[in-house]
Design a binder for this molecule. Structure first.
Ligand code: GUN
Length: 298
């Protein structure tokens, strides 16, 4: 069997950003509206710093209003809740994102619950989770929506396919399952306690790996001809690159999987770039809904 086709997430994200940029220009020209995204970062987590910087840059590059609020790691929970209340009431802010994880003194669920659901561009608020699972209009979490878009572009119709989602997080696994179900897939959610995990994975036409365990899925767990979406971004030691060097790997053993699958996303350059592009998309959609305008195709 020939090697799997690599799904190019960077190019995909670029196309989403182009559609976002065009929609932003139309909103400005026709309605004098500039979609605004505010990102709140509490503390100094290095990975979060990188994400937040990239979010800010890409928001501005798409012609949107970008604001990043950086708070001290010791910020009391009430201060963050007060800030969210102010942002909820600010008409120029259409999207609010509080970067996770938060420091220990802050209750994540309380913070997410404080965000106006219509400005919740992560789609994490319980109201939006409920909307997603009941098929109502909702901001959809950015990473799973990106996975779905890439799957549809790669495979076309997903109806009737067997999908296995490895991981049950609120950010990826659960919303991913809802999206695949809405596309009429037969969905299995697997996790660390799943019995016969390899066998379950081998049944899947579509395998989504989102557990945060470096290279956990070997090639032998993949059904020949399957489509593999690797959401994991794990940093591991890479002594072959020199002492103290590291490299990024996914949750799937890419080299092995590539020999078995028909399509696969690489790490880096697969799912990662698509997440921020969809954040921009969600912000434009949120701005349109808040202003009572038709939502453009993005
Ligand atoms: N931390 C890691 N991924 C995400 C995400 O998609 N949204 C937020 N708010 N924080 C994150």
């Amino acid at each position: 069997m020939s090697e799997a086709e690599i799904i190019d997430g960077k190019a995909f994200a670029q196309r989403v950003r182009e559609r976002v940029t065009a929609a932003v220009a139309t909103l400005k020209a026709d309605h004098n509206i500039v979609p605004g995204l505010t990102v709140v970062l509490v503390g100094e987590d290095p990975a979060s710093q990188v994400y937040v910087r990239n979010k800010g840059k890409q928001t501005a590059a798409a012609g949107m209003e970008s604001n990043t609020i950086r708070l001290d790691a010791a910020t009391p929970e009430q201060d963050l809740l007060d800030l969210i209340k102010t942002l909820n009431g600010d008409d120029a802010v259409h999207g609010i994102l509080v970067q996770l994880p938060l420091p220990d003194q802050i209750d994540e669920a309380k913070v997410i619950a404080a965000i106006d659901p219509d400005k919740d561009v992560d789609g994490f608020h319980v109201v939006n989770v409920g909307r997603l699972w009941t098929g109502a209009e909702a901001p959809v979490p950015c990473t799973p929506y990106g996975c779905l878009q890439m799957l549809k572009e790669t495979l076309g119709e997903l109806k009737g396919k067997r999908a296995l989602v490895l991981g049950r997080s609120n950010i990826v696994g659960k919303p991913m399952s809802a999206l695949l179900l809405a596309e009429h897939c037969t969905v299995t959610i697997a996790h660390s306690r799943t019995v016969d995990l390899g066998e379950r994975c081998r049944e899947a036409d579509i395998l989504i790996a989102a557990v945060g365990q470096p290279q956990m899925v070997p090639g032998s767990w993949i059904k020949p001809g399957a489509t593999v979406i690797d959401v994991g971004i794990n940093r591991i030691d890479a002594p072959e690159k020199g002492e103290g060097k590291t490299r990024l790997v996914g949750d799937v053993n890419f080299e092995e999987a590539q020999q078995v699958a028909a399509h696969i996303t690489p790490v880096p350059g697969g799912v990662g770039p698509v997440t921020i592009a969809n954040l921009l998309r969600n912000t434009v959609i949120a701005a349109c809904r808040q202003k009572g305008l038709d939502v453009p195709e993005i």
